[in-house]
Design a protein around this ligand. Structure first.
Ligand code: ATP
Ligand code: MG
Length: 203
């Protein structure tokens, strides 16, 4: 299909939760996207302070989570690449696949945008797609706007802020809760919770 508007939602999704889903849906409706492609990371380039769950489990949980939304898809692009996966490489692949006829949007939370200036090839990252920065509890709007004008000054590229219904949910908190035997009901889709329990993740 030509002239599509395609959103890309990157993340570790370890596990995926309603904060991710509400953000992707807000971007879809606000920017009139034809679809949003969730793209779980392979081996994270920024070493996380914990052992990341195997990509195949994170991929399957993402599939389960988006199953009831006809506009959401999941890509294996990052998990099938070996070695570090940088956002810039992923965006280049998406750009080659869709870019000529379509417009790409990269959807991220405010905290991820705060890291943007430390990313590899930020110039190229910003040339492949339009960046959407969603508000996230704990990352105040004024701080976000300040960062966005800094990006604009440095790279001459507009990053669009987007207000999202604040859900103070993080995968880190969910992993901790499961480890401690606390309830995670209503923080993530039930299908994902069932997968976690069945496979003994995060214990
Ligand atoms: P972790 O605690 O392991 O870092 P996380 O909850 O931050 O997990 P990620 O997979 O790191 O989830 O995030 C993927 C993307 O989703 C990032 O751009 C992040 O900013 C965004 N995001 C995650 N949670 C929320 C939320 N509650 N509201 C808005 N954006 C979110
Ligand atoms: Mg995170």
């Amino acid at each position: 299909m030509k002239n599509q508007k395609v959103g890309i939602m990157g993340g570790t999704f370890d596990p995926i939760h309603y904060g991710h889903l509400v953000t992707a849906e807000a971007a879809r409706t606000h920017f009139h996207l034809d679809k949003v492609i969730f793209t779980p990371t392979g081996t994270p380039p920024h070493k996380k302070g914990y052992r990341v769950t195997p990509a195949e489990d994170r991929y399957l949980m993402t599939i389960l989570a988006v199953n009831d939304n006809p506009f959401f898809d999941v890509s294996r692009m990052e998990i099938e690449r070996t070695g570090y996966s940088y956002t810039v490489d992923t965006l280049e692949l998406f750009y080659n696949e869709y870019g000529q006829d379509s417009k790409l949007y990269f959807i991220s939370g405010a905290d991820a945008v705060f890291d943007i200036l430390t990313w590899k090839d930020v110039d190229r990252v910003l040339s492949y797609c339009t960046f959407i920065a969603a508000t996230r509890p704990g990352y105040p709007v004024d701080k976000l706007n300040q960062k966005l004008s800094q990006i604009k000054k440095l790279y001459g590229k507009e990053v669009y802020p987007m207000e999202v219904t604040g859900l103070d949910i993080s995968s880190t908190d969910i992993r901790m809760r499961i480890k401690e035997g606390l309830s995670v009901k209503y923080l993530l889709p039930e299908s994902v919770e069932i997968y976690i329990n069945k496979n003994g993740l995060y214990r």
